[in-house]
Design a protein around this ligand. Structure first.
Ligand SMILES: C[S@@+](CC[C@H](N)C(=O)[O-])C[C@H]1O[C@@H](n2cnc3c(N)ncnc32)[C@H](O)[C@@H]1O
Length: 187
């Protein structure tokens, strides 16, 4: 494995490809332009199901268009905040977060730690014992550092008897390279 041509998104997609299987239920907590939703939809296949959340109508419509272009019909799009996910989905193998703002959208609308942390708590309450939560955290620039700092301190304090948290960072890259984080339940 070499990392020079990787970034958080590629790590996240590689991790999804390795761990999300045909027939699984998966959640994209931040649909955005739909790239993660599309990949999840392909990985779970026709016998699986994907739920994708976003607070912005523009993101939901963008994701809908991408799914239609690719003939994917196993996705339910939900125009709600991800911290409410447990009201819509009771069980999932994977929950994917891509925190930040909508690419090519309004940079003043972005994820905030108060709802992100509640959403990660909700995700941990519904994932299967062999499931995972993964997070790409975009920070700096328009979104600032508050969400990243709160997230890292929350993750540091997750009970190590119950969960394993892996954090991957491109440590010597400049300009706030996004972080990739995986949370698994200990079994
Ligand atoms: C970095 S983008 C996601 C990119 C997306 N995964 C893709 O493949 O294009 C972050 C998205 O999170 C959404 N978002 C922010 N706060 C949210 C919340 N509380 N619940 C759901 N989505 C939220 C934004 O509207 C934005 O579309």
């Amino acid at each position: 494995m070499t990392y020079f041509d990787k970034n958080a998104l590629k790590l996240s997609h590689g991790h999804m490809r390795d761990n999300v299987k045909e027939g699984d239920i998966a959640i994209d907590a931040t649909a955005g332009r739909g790239r993660d939703t599309l990949l999840l939809s392909e990985l779970v296949g026709d016998s699986g199901k994907v739920y994708a959340f976003d607070i912005q109508k523009e993101a939901i419509e963008s994701t809908r268009a991408l799914l239609e272009e690719n003939g994917r019909v196993n996705v339910t799009l939900i125009n709600e905040s991800h911290h409410l996910m447990a009201e819509f989905v009771k069980k999932a193998k994977a929950v994917i977060f891509n925190l930040g703002f909508l690419p090519g959208g309004d940079h003043s609308i972005f994820s905030h730690s108060d709802t992100s942390i509640k959403a990660i708590d909700a995700a941990l309450s519904i994932i299967d014992d062999d499931g995972f939560v993964s997070i790409c955290s975009y920070y700096g620039g328009d979104t600032g550092f508050e969400e990243r700092d709160t997230l890292l301190s929350y993750l540091e304090n997750l009970d190590q008897k119950k969960y394993t948290v892996m954090l991957q960072s491109f440590h010597n890259r400049k300009n706030c390279p996004p972080l990739f984080i995986i949370i698994e339940k200990n079994r």
